[in-house]
Design a protein around this ligand. Structure first.
Ligand SMILES: [Zn+2]
Length: 415
């Protein structure tokens, strides 16, 4: 008489969605048992991984079989019983010694013959291979992407992950709106939430059709991905994706962000404050606006006045209007300007200088190009060393960043 113990397993961290839940396995196996008229003496369930040996319930099942309580196992698939070489081997050994007479799986044909056991060993081997490969494949895919300069995560706004060619591509429509947002912000006077509102109107929003958070907008505006580089695990990479934001625009946005981060001072949007001082006492000059109403013509005119702050002591200077100040400044500039003849002399000198500069610049360009190609060779050697486990990950990260920064310095001194 063949007596079965039914064993169901699914580990909580099992990524494979195709594996039935424990309840699903139980009901399927109960149905299978009654259809095949199997005598099942117990149903055992366990929610543990089979990657490593040491499952308690599974060990109990084997013990009961060794004792003779049962002599067969019913399970959904061989990979439910074992995903490591030890557990798989024990099952095969129990079959060899005759303690196990049969195994039944609805998804796998097994016959207790040399061929059957051979097929079973392969199934166990495949399960182990699957586990070993899963993590290795993920790592390999990641390395491959980084090597190709592909950001291995969700594409930033204005881009999409092209799953077919495993790269990040520009979203034709959304990228236009992102560019507009960068341009609008660079002009100044636009807040982060206004940018979020602007994007919302163009159909760019977060979950639940709500405006992007201010932090998301900030991250977007400062994300160097838009100018072709990205940081992954502390290592900088040169991205291979197309860009639609110029470095110039990006830098303008960064300056605007810095400006917003600083506390704002009132009255500092006058063109002449900050660089002129009172001629009498040397104090700083400040400016104010005063609207004036003309009753007769029913007009309101705004006047800008500049005055000495008198912070250094007594001073007899009074207010002057911006028109008067401009006159004064024009006169001063005129005094130190040059005439036409001098202009010609200087322009000649300038042209000569320019020629010399151009020559030395092209010389320098050749030098820098050879430097870059040297750095690229180093980078390649470093990566090979890392992939062959000769170079430690920490050393790799550090060195890779050094090379990258060196290259960045040569290619674009600003970003
Ligand atoms: Zn003064």
């Amino acid at each position: 008489m063949i007596k079965y113990i039914c064993y169901c397993r699914k580990s909580t961290d099992e990524k494979d969605r195709q594996v039935l839940s424990i309840d699903g396995q139980l009901s399927e196996l109960k149905e299978f048992a009654s259809r095949e008229k199997l005598q099942v003496i117990d149903f055992v369930t366990e929610s543990k991984t089979a990657k490593e040996p040491g499952r308690e319930k599974f060990a109990e099942v084997l013990k009961r079989i060794e004792k003779g309580e049962a002599n067969a196992i019913l399970s959904w698939h061989p990979d439910r019983l074992a995903r490591n070489s030890i557990d798989g081997g024990r099952i095969v050994y129990l079959l060899d010694t005759g303690k196990l007479l049969d195994l039944k799986f609805p998804t796998f044909w097994f016959d207790n013959t040399p061929q059957g056991k051979f097929m079973l060993s392969i199934a166990f081997g495949q399960s182990k291979y699957y586990v070993d490969n899963l993590s290795e494949n993920v790592k390999r895919g990641l390395r491959e992407k980084l090597r190709r300069g592909v950001w291995p995560k969700l594409a930033p706004i204005g881009y999409f992950n092209d799953l077919k060619i495993k790269s990040i591509e520009v979203d034709d429509e959304k990228s236009k709106y992102v560019k507009k947002a960068f341009e609008k912000f660079a002009e100044g006077g636009t807040s982060y939430s206004e940018i979020a509102r602007m994007l919302f109107k163009c159909g760019i929003y977060r979950k639940g059709e709500r405006e992007l958070k201010v932090d998301t907008v900030k991250n977007m505006l400062s994300n160097k991905f838009y100018v072709g580089t990205f940081l992954y695990n502390g290592v900088l990479y040169k991205g291979s994706h197309k860009t639609f934001i110029s470095k110039d625009l990006f830098n303008k946005v960064q300056k605007q962000m810095e400006r917003l981060a600083r506390p704002r001072l009132k009255g500092h949007n006058f063109p002449f404050t900050g660089f002129i001082k009172c001629a009498e006492c040397g104090s700083a000059i400040t400016a104010e606006t005063h609207p004036r109403y003309y009753k007769r013509t029913n007009r309101k005119v705004v006047f800008n006045y500049y005055r000495c702050t008198k912070s250094l002591g007594n001073c007899r200077q009074k207010y002057i209007t911006d028109v008067e100040l401009e006159k004064q400044i024009r006169n001063m500039v005129l005094k130190c300007s040059i005439d036409d003849e001098e202009y010609k002399i200087f322009m000649d000198l300038y042209e000569k200088d320019k020629l010399i500069e151009e020559q030395s610049a092209s010389q320098r360009l050749i030098e820098l190009q050879s430097k870059i190609s040297n750095l690229e060779d180093q980078e390649e050697t470093l990566l090979d060393g890392y992939l062959e486990h000769i170079v430690e990950p920490e050393v790799y990260k550090k060195k890779k960043n050094e090379i990258f920064e060196e290259k960045q310095k040569i290619c674009s001194p600003k970003v």
